[in-house]
Design a protein. Structure first.
Length: 217
C-alpha cells in the first residue's frame, strides 16, 4: 500500500473526544494536545499514535477519527441522552414517576450518529490519509436536552431550586403532578471528578477538501 493513495482495506479507528485537552470555552480540533485521565482513554490514545506511526513508517492508508458525542436510538440506555428520552416516554405513559440525573450544567457537543458514520466513510475516500475531527461545533447542557425531550411530549419543564435541590416540574396543569424530572447536581457517584464539564469540537481536515473530492456513499 502506498501513502497518499486510497487502499482497498483502509483503517479508521475512533478516538474518544475526551482524550483531547480542552480549555474553557475553546473548541477542540485535531491539533490540540491530548489529555487522558482514565485507562480507557489511555488505550484510545495509544491507538491514535500507533495509527500515525504505522501510517508514516509503513505507508499504510490509515486515518484517525476523533468523534464527539454521536447519538441515535441505538445508543445504550445508560447514556444520559437515552436515559432522558426513555424516562420522558415512560413518565408520559405513567410507567415512571421521575428520573434522577447528575450535573445538569454539563455541556456536550451532540451530533447524529448516522451522519458521523457517513463522515467516517468520507474520510476513507480521500486520496491522502489524514486525521479528522467530527463535531457539530455547538454545545448544549443536559438541562437543555431534558427541556427539549419533555417539551416534545407536551410536558414543559419548570426548573425550581438550585444545586442538589434543583428539580424540573411539569408545568402543564393538564398532566399528572407526578410527572417531573429531578436533577441531582451534587450526587458524587454520578459526577466523575475527571469528567469534562464542557466538550465542544471544531471539525477539521474534511472541510478543507473541495466538495467534488468527497462523494456520497
Amino acid at each position: 500500500m502506498r501513502s497518499g493513495r486510497r487502499a482497498s482495506n483502509p483503517l479508521l479507528p475512533g478516538v474518544h473526544k475526551r482524550a483531547v485537552r480542552q480549555g474553557a470555552g475553546v473548541a477542540a480540533d485535531r491539533d490540540d494536545a491530548v489529555l487522558s485521565a482514565k485507562p480507557v482513554r489511555v488505550a484510545k490514545l495509544y491507538g491514535y499514535w500507533i495509527v500515525i506511526n504505522y501510517r508514516e513508517a509503513y505507508n499504510l492508508y490509515a486515518c484517525n477519527g476523533i468523534l464527539f458525542n454521536h447519538e441515535s436510538p441505538r445508543r445504550g440506555e445508560g447514556f444520559v441522552t437515552r436515559k432522558i428520552t426513555l424516562a420522558a416516554a415512560r413518565i408520559k405513559l405513567g410507567l415512571q414517576k421521575a428520573v434522577a440525573l447528575g450535573n445538569l450544567n454539563a455541556k456536550r457537543d451532540w451530533g447524529y450518529a448516522p451522519e458521523y458514520c457517513e463522515g467516517m466513510w468520507r474520510m476513507l475516500q480521500q486520496e491522502t490519509p489524514e486525521d479528522f475531527v467530527l463535531a457539530t461545533g455547538t454545545t448544549h447542557t443536559v438541562r437543555e436536552f431534558a427541556d427539549l425531550a419533555f417539551g416534545l411530549l407536551d410536558m414543559p419543564l419548570e426548573w425550581q431550586g438550585e444545586g442538589p435541590a434543583e428539580q424540573g416540574v411539569d408545568k402543564n396543569p393538564a398532566t399528572c403532578a407526578c410527572r417531573w424530572i429531578r436533577g441531582i447536581t451534587a450526587r458524587p457517584r454520578w459526577i466523575c471528578s475527571s469528567a469534562t464539564q464542557r466538550a465542544r469540537g471544531r471539525g477539521s481536515g474534511g472541510r478543507r477538501r473541495p466538495p467534488s473530492r468527497i462523494s456520497s456513499p
